[in-house]
Design a protein. Structure first.
Length: 283
């Protein structure tokens, strides 16, 4: 049975590889449709292999449920999954993300005007970014309670420093010749900031914002392990593990993956519209 499972899995992989190779090397390989089909087929290949191996090897669902069981649980628990998504992602992660991003940008502007602040904030930022979430999350839960507010605070701290460091680095990315040219035109600090240095910093800023999207989701979910009302993705994962309902755990993971990919893709789309002039956006 083991050899049959392995051979079947290799056959599924070979079929997916063959289809993707034909699409990628075909006459219409540069079309948007092919660009979407290739990752979709790759993902379906992995799911089919997963389903096949779990069924053929008779893996206990407590250890690893098949994708079909996860899909059934996902559909049947949509109302509960939506409530968890609203509590964790919308209230906790997104609120903290917005406040952290705005605060980081404001502090970056202040630091940009002061060498003293820049020299002091960046090392502290590196130190704070290295603090483990399992240490800071319980503190915020004790301070702000077990509601979404404490999760938003944890997320705000987590996203603050990556955005701050990238923004400060971006504001200092202009060349001496560019700055001298602005001074030749009689431009002061604020005109130079808005017309030269801020546009030049946009690739750096969006790099920090994209990194922060994943940190926000991780922070909100992990923070719920240390105190949460009876709703939320972190709460649901911890309780489902205790109940050996691994299909529910995987359903929550699917929600988190979809949310994270969507937020990252949205930020990348906005970046492409804002920094269309940058070499990284040219095709």
């Amino acid at each position: 049975m083991t050899w049959v499972a392995i051979i079947g899995a290799l056959a599924i992989w070979a079929l997916g590889w063959f289809i993707n190779t034909r699409l990628a090397n075909g006459p219409k390989c540069d079309t948007r449709l092919v660009g979407l089909l290739v990752p979709i087929i790759f993902g379906l290949t992995l799911l089919l292999m997963w389903e096949w191996l779990v069924r053929m090897l008779e893996v206990n669902a407590v250890i690893l449920p098949p994708p079909s069981a996860i899909g059934v649980r996902f559909v049947s628990e949509l109302p509960r999954l939506w409530a968890d998504f609203e509590q964790t992602i919308i209230k906790g992660a997104m609120t903290g993300y917005l406040f952290g991003a705005v605060a980081a940008f404001a502090v970056a502007i202040l630091a940009d005007r002061s060498d003293f602040l820049t020299r002091g904030i960046l090392p502290v930022g590196g130190f704070m970014a290295a603090l483990p979430i399992v240490g800071t999350a319980p503190i915020f839960v004790k301070w702000l309670g077990s509601g979404w507010e404490s999760k938003a605070a944890v997320v705000g701290v987590m996203v603050f420093f990556p955005i701050l460091v990238n923004t400060v680095a971006g504001l200092r990315d202009t060349t001496t010749m560019q700055r001298d040219l602005m001074r030749t035109y009689g431009a002061g600090y604020w005109p130079s900031l808005f017309k030269l240095r801020l546009p030049a910093a946009m690739p750096f800023i969006f790099n920090g914002l994209k990194i922060a999207t994943t940190l926000a989701l991780i922070g909100a979910i992990v923070a719920e392990f240390f105190g949460s009302p009876t709703v939320g993705m972190g709460f649901r994962i911890s309780t489902s593990v205790g109940q050996l309902a691994l299909d529910m755990v995987w359903a929550e993971i699917v929600v988190a993956a979809i949310a994270g990919s969507t937020l990252y893709g949205l930020m990348a789309w906005i970046e492409g519209r804002v920094t269309f002039w940058h070499p990284s956006q040219r095709k």
